[in-house]
Design a protein around this ligand. Structure first.
Ligand code: KG4
Ligand code: ZN
Length: 338
């Protein structure tokens, strides 16, 4: 039995979780509202807010789990990728906490944590995936199709060659002046709109890779052209624009994913990352799964966006392998950029 305290602070959410083995006992998240007025995450403000939130968030996670800090066996933390100032808060906290209690630390890759969120058990009835598992990882910074042979053996089958899917959605929202982050707003407004009202560019990239920059530009130019004749074009067509750009991006994501799943012959599939909260993506992949007889894993909303429970489950599997980190380990901002 292992009691893991997990810390996540890679971007603008300060989160702490407690897991007993693969069972989640608590998952506390403090989101930072301060960035909304700036239309994006302001790194300097994010690190300051983490600094204010980290102690109360960890305290709440331990209290909710009804454990004392002396019972903790190891501390898992997001080492990267992310914003340096944000990461430093969580990494430094995790190291000091562990040193004070003389327990090991476990470094976790944020992207692997998003994928591994499917292995968290909330109760005895939780069903977790089998291998091989094909996962579409879609967040604000990453878009990848990953084939998991085991928990940490993740083979990249396809990935974006430019922007991430979440970035493209947020950019479209920004063009329509819908605020930040735009993903949830587009999701809501799209429900009232016609996904076929507007057509945007179809990217052509090889293999199972993606490109979103053409879709983004095509969206921008379409709006610019219509605005020339109707100054209120965006307000008049908001729902149709949201539904059209959302379906363009999500259908494209699933097109390559379906091709890859068929080619690889996998039957276990999953989505993960912030964009996996998108209701159209969630219903579309369930429908695809029915057609192909896949077992589809769609994360609960609390595990889509950044949270420490996913860091805890990744930490737990490393704990089993005694894969502990050295206290001198620095954070990293980009994948493979240590
Ligand atoms: O995983 P995440 O919280 O942070 C990163 O690691 O990047 O993902 C954030 C991204 C943002 O682009 C946000 O707009 C998007 O997830 N997102 C959504 C929805 N909820 C969050 N995109 C579409 N529909 C949603 N409901
Ligand atoms: Zn994330």
């Amino acid at each position: 039995m292992a009691l893991i305290l997990a810390i996540e602070s890679s971007c603008d959410d300060t989160s702490a979780a407690v897991l007993r083995d693969n069972h989640m006992l608590s998952n506390t998240i403090a989101s930072q509202k301060v960035h909304e007025q700036y239309g994006g995450v302001v790194p300097e403000l994010a690190s300051r807010a983490h600094q204010q939130n980290i102690v109360p968030v960890v305290d709440t996670a331990l209290k909710t789990a009804q454990v004392s800090k002396e019972e903790v066996d190891a501390v898992a933390f997001t080492r990267g990728p992310g914003l340096m100032g944000s990461l430093l808060v969580g990494v430094s906290f995790a190291k000091s906490f562990a040193q004070a209690l003389n327990i090991p630390i476990i470094e976790v890759n944020h992207l692997q944590a998003h994928v591994l969120s499917h292995f968290i058990k909330e109760d005895k009835l939780s069903i977790t995936p089998q291998f091989p598992l094909l996962c579409l990882l879609v967040s604000g910074g990453h878009t990848q199709i990953l084939l998991l042979h085991s928990h940490f053996d993740m083979e990249i089958i396809g990935q974006t060659i430019d922007d991430a899917a979440g970035e493209a959605i947020d950019k479209a929202a920004k063009i329509m002046d819908l605020g930040y982050p735009g993903g949830p707003v587009i999701d809501r407004l799209a429900r009232e709109g016609n996904p076929n009202a507007f057509q945007f560019a179809t990217p052509h990239v090889g293999g199972y890779n993606y490109s979103f920059s053409g879709i983004k530009t095509s969206f921008l130019y379409t709006i610019r052209d219509y605005l020339a004749t109707d100054a209120n074009f965006i307000t008049h067509h908001q729902a149709d624009l949201c539904a059209s750009i959302q379906s363009r991006i999500i259908d494209y994501l699933l097109h390559n994913f379906e091709k890859a799943a068929m080619k690889l012959g996998v039957k276990q599939v999953a989505i993960a990352g912030g964009v996996s909260a998108n209701s159209y993506l969630r219903t579309s992949i369930e429908a695809l799964g029915k057609r192909h007889h896949w077992q589809v894993f769609v994360p609960k909303l609390q595990f889509c966006t950044d949270n420490a429970a996913m860091v805890g489950i990744a930490g737990y599997y490393k704990y089993l392998q005694h894969d502990f980190a050295d206290i001198s380990l620095p954070p990293y901002t980009r994948d493979n950029n240590l």
